[in-house]
Write a protein that binds this ligand. Structure first.
Ligand SMILES: Nc1ncnc2c1ncn2[C@@H]1O[C@H](COP(=O)(O)OP(=O)(O)OP(=O)(O)O)[C@@H](O)[C@H]1O
Length: 281
């Protein structure tokens, strides 16, 4: 899914973790400092997360893995600004996150407007991003091309497959021109083959644009394939159980089978898999 205007941030050129960490004096794209999060009050309160600290440099593709209930989605929601930390601080480019402001978000379900066409769903996001009306059709086509859906703008969302709908959701998240993408198990509901295709395409998009990404998954294989860094959360309330760089080749044109066949790939899978199993005990 190459695009003529692939963006590369300065920090990306400095390199994500795994390809040489960003210098420590650069403000991270996302900073999570001593954060805890509780849902509810009194006797019904659930501590979902923390205390947890994490810096995510610009350009990094951070994958969050961990047992069910370890607080992965909670952490993502805090970074998106959907929740406010009970204690500690979350900042995105040094500022308190606000919903829809700093990040494009993709959920497990595509959440498209069913009465609108594919193109209209994306055009709406462009409108919210302040893109002038006259420029929107060309931008829609460009975004659709980027996610492998060129020529589908006029189709209704119910006329396309679940995998295609999730591609539209990714295009919509990219439409805002944000440099942070938050994805909460976006491929979990898809069949294995479609899931692999989307993983490959997302890896290419992320490698070529350098967009900072935080991706929640239960799949260790998905984590190693997509990430430049993996963080495993302990059983809830989640803290960092393992934090490892994934220094695999990342030009955006790697052969997926070749990547999965690398000995480093198998070693990372084993290390992260063991940490997830330990965390779940
Ligand atoms: N809105 C909510 N109100 C009350 N408790 C919540 C809420 N959302 C999450 N929790 C609780 O917070 C804890 C962490 O949930 P969270 O969904 O963040 O974990 P997770 O690691 O993403 O789980 P999963 O992998 O199952 O999706 C769990 O105990 C969950 O029950």
């Amino acid at each position: 899914m190459p695009s003529p205007d692939d963006r590369r941030t300065g920090a990306r050129e400095a390199g994500p973790a795994g390809a040489g960490a960003a210098p420590s004096d650069v403000t991270p794209a996302v900073a999570v400092r001593e954060v805890t999060h509780r849902y509810g009050r009194g006797a019904d309160a659930v501590t979902a997360l923390g205390p947890l600290s994490l810096d995510i440099p610009a350009g990094e593709f951070l994958v969050l893995v961990g047992p069910s209930g370890s607080g992965k989605s909670t952490l993502l929601r805090l970074i998106a600004g959907f929740e406010h930390a009970s204690s500690g601080e979350v900042t995105v480019h040094g500022r308190t996150p606000e919903p829809g402001r700093q990040a494009g978000v993709v959920f497990q379900q595509p959440r498209l407007f069913p009465w609108r066409t594919v193109g209209e769903n994306i055009a709406l996001a462009l409108r919210y991003a302040g893109v002038p009306r006259a420029e929107r059709p060309a931008r829609v086509e460009e975004l659709l091309e980027r996610v492998g859906l060129a020529g589908t703008a006029r189709r209704r969302t119910w006329q396309i497959s679940g995998g295609q709908q999730q591609r539209v959701a990714i295009a919509r998240a990219l439409a805002g021109g944000k440099d942070l993408l938050l994805l909460d198990e976006p491929f979990a509901a898809l069949d294995a083959l479609t899931r692999e295709r989307l993983q490959e395409d997302l890896r290419t998009v992320s490698s070529r644009t350098g967009i900072t990404s935080v991706f929640v998954t239960h799949s260790v294989d998905e984590a190693v394939f997509l990430g430049t860094r993996a963080v495993v959360l302990s059983a809830g309330p989640g803290t960092v159980a393992l934090d490892v760089p994934i220094p695999l080749p990342r030009t955006g044109s790697e052969d997926p089978d070749g990547l999965r066949g690398l000995p480093e790939y198998a070693a990372l899978r084993a290390e992260i898999g063991a940490a997830v199993r330990d965390a779940a005990r």
